[in-house]
Design a protein around this ligand. Sequence first.
Ligand SMILES: NC(=O)c1ccc[n+]([C@@H]2O[C@H](COP(=O)([O-])OP(=O)(O)OC[C@H]3O[C@@H](n4cnc5c(N)ncnc54)[C@H](O)[C@@H]3O)[C@@H](O)[C@H]2O)c1
Length: 377
Amino acid sequence: MTLLTETHTAPTPCKSPTIRLAVIGLGLRSTCITKLLTQCNPHAQLAVLVDPNPDKTQPLIDENKIRTSRHMATYNSVQDMLKAGPEIDALIIGTRCNLHTPIAIQLAELNLPMFLEKPVCINWEQYKQLEQAYARNHDNVLVSFPLRVTPLLQAVREYVMQGRLGTLNQIQAVNNVSYGNVYVDSWYRDSKITGGLWLQKATHDFDYIHHLANATPTQITAMHSRCIWQEPVSHQDAGSAIVQYDSGFHANYTQNFITRQSAGKRGATLTGEDGSISFDWNTDRFTFQAHKQNRVENVSIKVEDGHGGGDQKLAENFLDLIRKRDVSQCTMHAGLLSAATCLAARDAANQRKVIAIPTPFINQQPMILHQHVEPLD
Ligand SMILES: NC(=O)c1ccc[n+]([C@@H]2O[C@H](COP(=O)([O-])OP(=O)(O)OC[C@H]3O[C@@H](n4cnc5c(N)ncnc54)[C@H](O)[C@@H]3O)[C@@H](O)[C@H]2O)c1
């Protein structure tokens, strides 16, 4: 043990541990995330707020006891904030869907850790603009996909990655939404803001399906219909899609917005040569059935509130990204790939076609060798 004496040089003081968060659009969702961030880290504080409706944001800050810096800077627009140039350690974009892309593009030059709400874009034009703006610096973005980081999905993925299912041959995913009224009784009704219910809802599901598939989606076909909701509602009340992957297998996904009460269900069954696994976020359970032995494992996962514990994990990952202790678990690549899958599903359903899904930042990805798939009957 070395004893400290007066001749020792004083240790270099640490850089300030304060984390100055800038929130662009402090609504219901970003309030929840900012609250978690300030709860998880005593040094995190809301230091900069950009929102044109300050009368609505202050009550949210007070009710949720969000820690703010002593002199929180407030601006009406991103442009005003950029002109003033306040000190910022990380950005949170929590506006409604149609503004995610233009605001993320305005802030791209800062290259700060960014928490970006989903969907990352709502049309192909935005998709291309966002892909271009982040072509060189997409590592610093965490897209708000809580399902991907839930303890339930991570446990299921562990089974897949450990080879417990053998070679996967299909994923069958279901999202029977028991709170579908939200999408017609609030601002979500306006598809000009949301881009419709593929982008609004399925972006989460396509993301976790791609993550489980561990392969690149190449094409999609889809159908959607409206049998219960009436004009002027323009949203589908049910939709189904089939996605083909470069590894040769396919996934299907169905969403239904008329389901209510305990009929709600969100999860999937994955089938492989050696086993099947089914999981549901409504119960936080999964069941693994070995195909070659008479063996069934039923597992229940205890989680925090907030998207099956996913919000907490997102907050922790964002704090680690800010402190450079971890990489983003939900990258801009994943955000764009999922949005592209939704846009292609929307086109496929509207045009009654099979639509190719582009791979974001394709020139920066390692080459993927496409497995030849023999035509089947
Ligand atoms: N990841 C998830 O699980 C999840 C869950 C819920 C909602 N969301 C997404 O979160 C987003 C926000 O939803 P919400 O319910 O919090 O909406 P909201 O309407 O409550 O909040 C939006 C906020 O943005 C502000 N705003 C509007 N224009 C702005 C501008 N130009 N610059 C800065 N701020 C501006 C509004 O004043 C408001 O405070 C949506 O895109 C939604 O899809 C994601």
